[in-house]
Design a protein around this ligand. Structure first.
Ligand SMILES: [Zn+2]
Ligand SMILES: [Zn+2]
Length: 351
């Protein structure tokens, strides 16, 4: 099999060939067709996340030691299965939910693999989809996305699932109240579309880039606020007629989280998703007196991914622009993602 691997953190990926693995136990083997090139791979490729305050989280602490194969938005055809795999859709195309836990702990047994303390995520701890074959530990992580364009479906398993799970944590959202979406990059636009797909209209998008705010409006934001404005906090409150019911921060910077938190009404909720990196001072008394909830959302579960696919299949979710590129270009694509020069999403096409 062929893969493009991180051999040294931050350096261009290298092409590698090795024997195609044979599935054992409950494993299934997929011949891949597509793999989305997700922005989080830029951080993983660098080998660390910025935790703010000069602190870093290194991927080695998450059990990653190069050479490793990244890519956590895989889509392919089931071609083989281990003896204990059970009922497997052999020969069928499937989307893979990459967020996989140990399989035995209480969280995994209740289907909350994304809360497992010993994750085996595809493209993180396990070899990922920048390859022509992929081993998946169990068929329960395969999702039928028939009726959805496969290249688009691939992108649903990270950015789609992440934003869906995040905005779902605000449910039930009162129809007449406002939700702010912090950041109008790929994830921000997706979050706007997820809110719209769930039937919510009163969405205000906050970004520091005029072109991105325009894209947010096109995606369905009812109002936009320039986060760089000196009176951004006032503008945000004014645009919502008082205060926000909730906010989803897809950036995760000091500025975005503080702005959102300051604009929440009593009982408001801030959902943190973005991993830009930063920290905020928090007045504990103020959090109590305003009865605020600050909650994080990290990827999502297989049932949630099925719900996202259903929204896409039912035409509720607007398709984002997808550019297909050969798998051999994945290293170059990561560089462009890092430089911020990609509009929409790139999906690697695998021969
Ligand atoms: Zn991702
Ligand atoms: Zn577990």
């Amino acid at each position: 099999m062929l893969s493009y691997d991180v051999v040294e953190w931050g350096k261009p990926l290298q092409k590698a060939t090795r024997e195609t693995p044979k599935p054992t136990g409950t494993e299934v083997l997929l011949k891949l067709k597509y793999c989305g090139v997700c922005h989080s791979d830029v951080h993983i490729h660098e080998g660390f996340f910025d935790l703010g305050g000069g602190k870093r989280f290194h991927m080695s602490e998450r059990g990653m030691h190069p050479p490793v194969t990244l890519g956590h938005e895989p889509f392919g055809t089931v071609v083989a299965a281990g003896p204990d795999a059970g009922d497997v859709p052999m020969g069928a195309d499937r989307l893979v939910c990459p967020w996989i836990g140990c399989g035995v702990c209480a969280r995994c047994r209740e289907g909350m693999d994304n809360y497992c303390m010993n994750p085996r995520n595809i493209g993180v701890q396990r070899p990922g989809g920048y390859a022509d074959h992929l081993l998946v530990p169990h068929a329960k992580y395969l999702v039928d996305a028939s009726g959805v364009d496969p290249a688009w479906a691939a992108t649903l398993s990270c950015s789609g699932l992440t934003t869906y799970s995040a905005v779902s944590k605000l449910k039930p959202i009162p129809e007449d109240e406002w939700v702010a979406v912090m950041g109008a990059g790929g994830l921000g636009l997706m979050a706007i579309e997820m809110l719209r797909a769930l039937g919510h209209q009163r969405i205000v998008s906050v970004d520091i880039d005029a072109a991105k705010l325009e894209a947010a409006r096109a995606a369905g934001a009812a109002a936009t606020v320039d986060g760089r404005a000196a009176d951004a906090a006032k503008r945000l409150k004014d645009s919502t007629g008082g205060a926000l019911y909730g906010a989803v921060d897809l950036v995760g910077a000091t500025s975005t989280a503080s702005l959102a938190l300051g604009a929440l009404r009593k009982g408001g909720k801030l959902i943190l998703v973005g991993l830009f990196g930063g920290e905020i001072p928090l007045s504990l008394v103020s959090v109590v007196q305003r009865a605020l909830t600050i909650q994080a959302s990290y990827v999502g579960t297989v049932p949630e991914l099925k719900e996202v696919v259903a929204l896409a299949r039912g035409g509720k979710l607007k398709r984002i622009p997808i550019e297909k590129r050969p798998l051999a270009d994945v290293s170059h694509t990561l560089e462009q993602l890092k430089a911020g020069t990609i509009i929409g999403r790139v999906v690697a096409e695998i021969q």
